[in-house]
Design a protein around this ligand. Structure first.
Ligand code: 1GP
Length: 232
């Protein structure tokens, strides 16, 4: 089950190789859950393979759905992105509609959580795929956060800087807008200092790429986040 107080999540990419030893360290790091998700090369086969490998440990496992074909049963939870700053409705509600027409009757709604994404790094793969064409300003982010909280009542607003480290001031401003909606921050968390800085503003910190480049530092982000109090 998704817990509202989750502070730290690792995001693992099914298309990237990871040794059993590394996976064990990640699963037993004290992180609140592992998200399986990525943009390129996601197949049902590599998703199921990673799920089976993580299942040897007790950590909860979430699938962040990126393609309809790679959805499978067996995860504890499903995160469904909707890209608020996409210019193509496919990524806002198009794929969602297509998926529900086919599988809506099978859904267990208690296992599903919608993430209102605001993609901040225009060079990342997700930005290109979702056709995000304009760099959001601080005012844009504030408006998207208000949209998530007040217009759409989304449970999560995800500031996605994937591959780059974000601007703490913008994350702080987004945090000010949100009471019921939780703020997820992801992007460029590759040191303890960065983890602590963003954990002051975001409810949940998502750590991705550093797992593959500096596992030791990645593992240190768990306590760094958990020891940091949120101040907004
Ligand atoms: C990606 O937000 C996550 O979806 C994490 O980003 O890979 O830059 O840590 P990084």
């Amino acid at each position: 089950m998704y817990e509202k107080n989750w502070r730290h999540l690792f995001k693992l990419d099914p298309a990237k190789p990871l040794t059993d030893e590394a996976l064990e360290k990640i699963a037993e790091s004290g992180t609140d859950a592992i998200v399986v998700g990525g943009t390129d090369g996601i197949t049902l086969e590599n998703v199921l393979d990673l799920l089976a490998r993580i299942r040897r440990f007790s950590v909860p496992v979430i699938l962040e759905v990126s393609t309809i074909e790679s959805v499978s049963l067996g995860f504890d939870f499903y995160f469904i992105p909707t890209v608020l700053n996409s210019t193509n409705v496919k990524w806002m509600n198009g794929l969602h509609h297509e998926a529900l027409k086919e599988y809506g009757h099978l859904m267990n709604w208690d296992e599903v959580l919608t993430e209102g994404y605001c993609i901040m790094n225009l060079d990342c793969k997700a930005a290109k795929q979702a056709e995000v064409l304009k760099q959001p300003t601080e005012d844009d982010v504030i408006a998207y956060a208000q949209m998530a909280e007040h217009l759409f009542g989304l449970p999560v607003f995800y500031l996605e800087y994937s591959g780059t480290y974000g601007e703490p001031e913008i994350v702080k401003e987004a945090a000010y807008q949100l009471q019921k909606t939780r703020l997820f921050y992801g992007g460029g968390i590759d040191t303890v200092e960065r983890a602590k800085e963003m954990a002051q503003y975001a409810d949940t910190i998502i750590v991705g790429n550093v797992v593959y480049t500096d596992l030791k530092e990645a593992l240190r982000t768990v306590n760094a986040v958990k020891e940091t109090a949120k101040i907004v």
